[in-house]
Design a protein around this ligand. Structure first.
Ligand code: IPM
Ligand code: MG
Length: 356
């Protein structure tokens, strides 16, 4: 089992270090190889996704990824910005299916800004299409407007697009995931305005014919954003496009108490995957040892389950995470009165101890 370890920038290095300790505490044989990515790779090699890093990721069974980005790179040309590393990995590895489970652990009900009764017991799965949509659509760029409201003015544009096979394959992923859960899929679109998402809705409906045992509902994205905070427990599996999924998954993270708790898996057709916390590099708290490593540790558990075929080890990690929460240990993002505030390394060490 070969794992490419790409910690990246900001808190990425701190949280990935803890996930690696957890992996090493399992009695499994891994080959772990670390490489630079994002701003760190740009500093060392002049590119956020050097060929050597991409090759390592391609040859591994799975990639354990931290986070990339820092405000200091915002002035760089877009192809050199840290975010291009994660977008490039998604594209080159064909990681079209992004799983972002939002689970509210009973111990963290009080950590969310939402009322306990709204989120307690929450267990939803956001499936975000990850290699299409306006993120990757061409053409894009800047030019002089020839029409529109201000002909002759500078303008910028992107292209939103989905092909039928792209929508079909993510719809299959969603229906199959729902079969293992509560058999309900909510497909989120903007069919009332966008051609791309009327098409999305049509294709998802067509694929649904193969899954009569799964309930399908359609919801506009603005309504979905509202329902996620109004009655999130009504959802089971949410499937949506790349951009809507980006936004809704950040929103869903707050239902779990903190974005520091939200793991993710991004899979290709061969079940090769990239595993990363759903949060970013948090440069404001980087180097302070206060970041929550649990999202990354839980991402490592997803890696064991989805790409490395080690479901028991995955469960051991998840059980250990629940145990440390039950012990009352909390990083600052999930800390509340009556619990014990710990830093990144102590939280990682506690998970390791709970594994044993
Ligand atoms: C995410 C992030 C990325 C995205 C950024 C870092 C490119 O926000 O994984 O959700 O927009 O997909
Ligand atoms: Mg995002």
């Amino acid at each position: 089992m070969k794992i490419a370890v790409l910690p990246g920038d900001g808190i990425g290095t701190e949280i990935v270090a803890e996930a690696v300790k957890v992996l090493q505490a399992l009695d499994l044989k891994f080959e772990l190889e670390t490489a630079l990515v994002g701003g760190a790779a740009y500093e060392a090699h002049g590119h956020p996704l050097p060929d050597s890093t991409l090759k390592l990721a391609q040859q591994a069974d799975a990639v354990l990824f931290g986070a990339v980005g820092d405000w200091k790179y915002d002035k760089l040309d877009r192809p050199l910005r840290p975010e291009q590393a994660i977008l490039g990995l998604r594209k080159h590895l064909g990681l079209f299916a992004n799983f972002r489970p939002a689970i509210c652990y009973p111990e963290l009900v009080g950590a969310s800004t939402l009322k306990p009764e709204v989120i307690s017991g929450l267990d939803i799965l956001i499936i975000r299409e990850l290699t299409g949509d306006i993120y990757f659509g061409q053409p894009r760029g800047r030019r002089t407007a020839v029409d529109g409201h201000f002909p002759g003015a500078d303008e910028a544009f992107d292209t939103m697009r989905y092909s039928k096979p792209e929508v079909e394959r993510i719809a299959h992923v969603a229906f199959q995931a729902a079969r293992k859960r509560n058999k309900k899929v909510t497909s989120v679109d903007k069919a009332n305005v966008l051609e791309t998402f009327q098409f999305w809705k049509d294709v998802v409906t067509e694929v649904h014919a193969q899954y009569p045992d799964v309930e399908l509902e359609h919801m506009y994205v603005d309504n979905a954003a509202m329902q996620l905070v109004r009655a999130p427990k009504k959802f089971d599996v949410v499937v949506t496009g790349n951009m809507f999924g980006d936004i809704l998954s950040d929103e869903a993270s707050m239902l779990t108490g903190s974005i520091g708790m939200l793991p993710s898996a991004s899979l290709n057709a061969k079940n090769q995957g990239l595993y990363e916390p759903s949060h970013g590099s948090a440069p404001d708290i980087a180097g302070k040892g206060v970041a929550n490593p649990l999202a990354t540790i839980l991402s490592a558990a997803m890696m064991l389950r989805f790409s490395l075929n080690q479901p028991e080890a995955a469960e051991r990690i998840e059980t250990a995470v629940k145990a440390v929460l039950a012990q009352g240990l909390r990083t600052p993002d999930i800390h509340s009165d009556g619990t014990t505030k710990v830093g990144t390394a102590d939280m990682g060490a506690a998970v390791v101890k709970a594994l044993r």
